[in-house]
Design a protein around this ligand. Structure first.
Ligand code: IMP
Ligand code: MG
Length: 183
């Protein structure tokens, strides 16, 4: 059967870091943990586009609760001589979340600037609780202090693609997580 991505093709600019079954097992565990922690509640999952897409659709099917979903869009723009980043939020930031149990769903937390900006913005609306779930976390890269309550995997300071994550908007459709390699 022809496959879109041949895992054994050596000319590809990436190698597999987390295969499909490893991801599936961990996502199911996270869903179970969230189901347990939010028992009796109706959480609002807020996905951060675009990196959340694959993770969120898999994760939500492992959460056995009457949940709701919304999305917001985050983009960072570098500026100035120190290359500082402004995080611009768009999309569902107008959805009322006061009194809701909000769980922000991220594909990856790197410097943690995006997640910190989102938490600061959403917390102003006084949700009943506010936590983050991310498939991947790069703890050594954090540049702000943040508590990531739920994470699939901690990884090193490497650039990864697939399962929703991109390199120049490509590779989001890979069913596994790969690590970009220099050839
Ligand atoms: P932050 O540095 O935590 O604010 O993350 C900013 C954004 O950079 C993430 O939401 C991703 O979209 C992107 N990003 C950071 N590291 C990676 C990576 O290894 N692969 C793909 N995207 C990444
Ligand atoms: Mg990206």
């Amino acid at each position: 059967m022809p496959t879109l991505f041949n895992e054994k093709r050596s000319s590809q600019p990436f190698e597999i870091l987390l295969d499909q079954s490893t991801i599936a097992r961990r996502v199911a565990e996270l869903g179970k943990q969230i189901t347990h922690d939010y028992a009796g509640k109706s959480p609002l999952l807020v996905g951060v586009l675009k990196g959340c897409v694959v993770f969120m659709t898999d994760l939500m099917r492992h959460i056995e609760l009457p949940l709701e979903i919304e999305f917001l869009f985050a983009a960072s723009y570098r500026h100035g001589i120190r290359q500082e980043e402004d995080i611009i939020l768009g999309g569902g930031t107008n959805v009322p979340i006061k009194g809701r149990h909000v769980l922000v769903v991220e594909g990856i937390v790197d410097t943690a600037r995006t997640a910190t900006t989102i938490l600061q913005t959403l917390s102003k609306q006084e949700p009943a609780s506010l936590e983050i779930v991310t498939l991947l976390d790069k703890p050594a890269s954090h540049r702000t202090k943040i508590s990531v309550k739920y994470k699939g995997f901690s990884i090193g300071n490497e650039f990864v693609i697939g399962y929703g994550l991109d390199n120049t908007q490509l590779y989001r459709n890979l069913p596994f997580v790969g690590r970009m390699i220099d050839r």
